[in-house]
Design a protein around this ligand. Structure first.
Ligand code: GCB
Length: 611
């Protein structure tokens, strides 16, 4: 218990307040490549001799793992240890680590040449699941949550010449973690996303938010380290405005009068907001238009490519740019296509998944069941996919624990913080198939309120469930619906419930008044396994299952979209059927190597026929 509290405090202390967008347009050096590693299943590097309590004691941590010139007995040697590619999970890179769940030490040497007047940050795209980061024998901090970015200022720790960066990553599951012990995907461990060394001037832009309400573009900019005057420029729209010099201590700062723009330092005084009246071309799947935005401030400057669109719910419709839209979706995991899948590591990995989704005719992706990489989100945006992004409150978690809540909320805020400026993201999802009970309602209710407070511009949902009240009558009546913008639920008629023909007999009770999005449906087949349509795991069974489900679901009132389960067969240790599953969930429309199953074409035909 104590350990977790300590870890959370360190996380909060280590993050520059309000700073979640360190990268855009900044000088960054990739620390990717070969890192030496030492598996440490006993957590030897964290215990003192005979110690029974795990404690990242700074002194001991340093003695055992950060001192490279120790003269006493040293029973490890990073230089002689094997290497892993960073970014990358360890499971797909080493046969020995395929099932490994525990602690691994990574070490990378970093050559550094200081530049006067600069501040330096060490940025991690994600490390799964918890990490302790040390540089030159100093512990920088710890982080929990396997899918979101975090960083530490290292200006005073980096030294000229060679630096030793050591990271302990541990992917052991835990009953009070998010996700908890039991989930249907591979528990990939490691430094799974980019590691970057980012430099900024003394006073720098720590964050900026861009949003659009249909009439005005709002840009809010946060400064760290001092004061300055900020310019916001969107050249293609002919918009440019510079604020007056603003400082932390001043509450309001008026700029010269202007009919189109106002800017005033908000009460928090660390941020300044700009409003521009504008009619940009709207971002949409048909026209994923992005504009350059530049925000210089003193010696600092950030830039991005941003889209402008509105998203809202009106009655039983989802309106994108004020027009009803049908979400032609597919769900996917962050896992590569190939004979030996692992977490996506680069643009090619992400592109292969997105191209398969495009061929399917999708305009929408459910990024399940945790935040995918920033690269995935950005490329999806460029290609014109609307996105559902999710945090891993999956099945049962420890609803009564305050630490678990704090962890879930932290992952949520890190996800929103990273992707706030992505027009593609239209839905934040707080949970998947969670068991209905009061403590779960309290937990998710609080999380939904927090989501709305942080980002009132998007829809909020969760993947819920249906239940059969009579043999053929399915009811969706989750109390969470009161709090979400969508009625989204998973259903597996024809797979876990009856045969495909059963679809014809099912009747549905779903509350009216909100759009319905089927967040999952589907069934499995081994690619190339042909046979009778009544044999499970044949392509023919899966094909019929898709046809019957689509017929049934098309009849639901208020149906506004779907994201069938799932684009690609994915690794899951829960799926052990030899010769069929072999540790893959086989519900992919394509197999792990990208080969299209028959059901892929059923779905494709369906989407081609829908407006
Ligand atoms: C579900 C879960 C998903 C599983 C899927 C299945 O409802 O949300 O994570 O992988 O069912 O294949 O059973």
């Amino acid at each position: 218990m104590k350990k977790t509290v300590l870890i959370l405090l360190l996380v909060l202390a280590a993050l520059p307040a309000g700073a979640f967008m360190l990268l855009n347009g900044r000088d960054a050096v990739s620390l990717g490549g070969e890192w030496n590693y030492i598996p440490d299943p006993m957590d030897t590097g964290l215990y003192k001799y005979q110690m029974t309590i795990l404690k990242p004691s700074k002194r001991y941590f340093a003695d055992r793992h950060f001192y490279e010139d120790m003269t006493k007995l040293v029973e490890y040697d990073f230089d002689k240890s094997p290497t892993l590619q960073v970014p990358g999970d360890w499971n797909s890179q080493s046969e020995k680590l395929y099932y490994y769940e525990g602690s691994v030490w990574y070490r990378r040497k970093v050559d550094f040449c200081p530049e006067p007047g600069k501040r330096w940050f060490l940025y991690f795209g994600a490390a799964s699941y918890r990490s302790i980061v040390g540089l030159n024998n100093e512990i920088l901090g710890t982080h929990k949550g396997g899918f979101t970015p975090f960083w530490y200022e290292v200006t005073d720790v980096l030294k000229e010449g060679s630096n030793s960066l050591v990271v302990n990553v541990n992917n052991a599951r835990g009953a009070s973690e998010v996700p908890a012990l039991n989930y249907d995907w591979w528990n990939y461990g490691g430094i799974i996303r980019d590691v970057l060394l980012v430099s900024v001037p003394q006073v720098f832009i720590s964050d900026f938010h861009v949003s659009f309400d249909g009439k005005q573009i709002m840009v809010t900019v946060w400064l760290d380290g001092g004061s300055g005057s900020v310019t916001v420029e969107i050249p293609e729209l002919g918009l440019k405005r510079t604020s007056c010099h603003f400082e932390r201590s001043r509450e309001i700062c008026h700029t010269e009068p202007s009919s189109v723009i106002s800017s005033a330092v908000e009460k928090s005084t660390r941020c300044i907001s700009f409003r521009f009246k504008a009619s940009p071309e709207r971002w949409s799947p048909d026209n994923p238009k992005l504009y350059d935005i530049k925000i210089p401030c003193g010696e600092d400057s950030v830039s991005d490519r941003v889209g402008f669109r509105t998203i809202r719910v009106e009655g039983e419709q989802i309106l994108l740019n004020d027009k009803p839209v049908f979400l032609k979706g597919i769900a996917l995991h962050d896992e590569t296509i190939g004979a030996n899948p692992g977490r996506c590591r680069n643009a090619e990995d992400v592109k292969a998944l997105l191209e398969a989704a495009r061929e399917l005719g999708c305009n929408f992706l459910r990024l399940a069941h945790y935040p995918h990489s920033e690269q995935m989100v950005r490329m999806a945006e460029e290609m014109g996919f609307m996105l559902w992004e999710e945090i891993p409150c999956y099945w049962n978690i420890d609803w009564n624990s305050e630490e678990t809540y704090a962890n879930a909320e932290n992952q949520l805020l890190e996800m929103i913080g990273r992707d706030y400026n992505r027009a593609a993201t239209i839905i934040w999802s707080v949970a998947n198939e969670t068991p209905r009970k009061p403590e779960r309602m309290a937990f998710l209710g609080k999380l939904i309120a927090r989501t709305r407070a942080e980002d009132p511009t998007r829809l909020v949902s969760a993947a819920m469930e249906k239940k059969f009240v009579e043999k053929t009558h399915a009811v969706v009546d989750d109390e969470l619906i009161e709090l979400t913008d969508l009625i989204s639920f998973n259903q597996y008629t024809g797979w876990y419930d009856g045969t495909p023909a059963f679809c014809d007999t099912v009747s549905w009770s779903i509350p009216r008044g909100k759009p319905v999005v089927i967040s999952e449906f589907g069934g499995g087949a081994l690619y190339g396994n042909h046979g009778s349509a009544s044999d499970m795991f044949t392509e023919e069974y899966m094909e019929i299952l898709y046809r019957e489900n689509l017929k049934m679901l098309s009849g639901l009132p208020a149906l506004c979209g779907m994201s069938p389960w799932i684009l690609k067969d994915f690794r899951s240790p829960k799926r052990t059927l030899v010769g069929i599953q072999d540790e893959f969930n086989r519900k992919g429309l394509i197999d792990e190597q990208g080969r299209r199953k028959k059901a892929f074409y059923v779905m494709k035909e369906f989407y081609a026929s829908r407006k």
